[in-house]
Design a protein around this ligand. Structure first.
Ligand code: SAM
Length: 285
């Protein structure tokens, strides 16, 4: 394909959540939400036909774009072959080895104990069928990232950004907010995409700033505890937790952390959930 040629617009794969951005102004707005990327490495998830990729190829120091669709990734590779700062990886963002892509390289001079590479920024108009899985996987590897700007279904954005006690607050909100600050930036109508999805889409920015230390909780155990607290929607904290803790210990920990047994996890800010976790000891049952 000649340099600058457009990527095929004749087909799309609904199963891969393919809704391509058709508005250049919207693509620019999303890219600008990442801030100045002239010195940054950017990871793009699902570049598709390249609406966002085009802008980032010009603006960023280094761009790594991961696309699952074999045809699209081949077309992108051709299109950006003259751009040494752009790397197109054909692969599944839920499976590629992020340690290999972003970790220190063995044998490199930059692998010393003090080597701390500049964290990358992540951008993506995410395929809706795996939005939460992608966000959760990125958070699992948060050490490599400083900012995530993702376009998701508006309802998911509402959940990501909801604060405790609000209707949309749940396990996803609590988990994401454990790792950073969430801002819901703007919403785009279905007509901004081809083919148009059935839903509105919102752009969310997550600024990575893990709260594990300030909440004094160990990562894996606390995530397990959150899952338990939110185990059965509409059940009280007491009913969800009594499956894993003895009732006397649970009663004492709830009292110590000032949490009413009748409350639901959805109503509890992270500070309180962490206090309860700590009061329960090491989180073991
Ligand atoms: N970024 C493009 C845009 O804004 O026009 C395309 C966005 S489209 C909503 C989602 C893209 O993610 C599609 O190109 C799709 O093929 C790709 N995709 C779907 N599942 C994927 C996965 N597991 N890993 C990487 N890319 C994926």
């Amino acid at each position: 394909m000649p340099k600058g040629a457009a990527i095929s617009t004749s087909r799309h794969k609904p199963k891969l959540g393919q809704h391509f951005l058709t508005s250049e102004a919207a693509a620019l707005r999303i890219v600008e939400a990442l801030g100045d990327v002239s010195e940054a490495t950017v990871l793009e998830i699902g570049p598709g036909r390249g609406a966002i990729t085009d802008l980032l190829a010009r603006k960023s120091r280094r761009l790594i774009a991961v696309e699952l669709d074999r045809v699209l990734s081949a077309q992108l590779r051709m299109k950006f072959s003259m751009r040494p700062n752009v790397e197109i990886i054909e692969g599944d963002i839920l499976k590629i080895e992020l340690d290999t892509v972003f970790g220190a390289k063995p044998g490199s001079l930059r692998t010393g104990l003090n080597f701390a590479p500049e964290p990358a920024r992540v951008i993506g108009n995410l395929p809706y069928y795996i939005t939460s899985d992608i966000v959760l996987r990125l958070l699992e590897y948060h050490r490599y990232f400083s900012t995530l700007v993702v376009m998701v279904q508006k309802e998911v954005a509402d959940r990501l950004a909801a604060s405790a006690g609000r209707r949309d607050y749940g396990l996803l909100s609590a988990t994401v907010q454990l790792y950073g600050r969430v801002e819901q930036l703007f919403t785009l109508p279905p007509g901004t995409f081809s083919p148009p999805p059935k839903v509105h889409s919102s752009v969310v920015r997550i600024t990575i700033k893990p709260r594990l230390e300030s909440l004094r909780v160990p990562e894996a155990e606390f995530i397990r505890f959150l899952k338990l607290c939110f185990g059965q929607k509409r059940k009280t904290l007491w009913n969800n937790l009594k499956t894993a803790y003895d009732e006397d210990g649970l009663r004492a920990a709830l009292a110590k952390s000032g949490v009413k047994p009748s409350v639901r996890a959805e109503a509890l800010p992270l500070e309180k959930t962490a206090a309860l976790f700590r009061a329960l000891g090491d989180g073991g049952s």
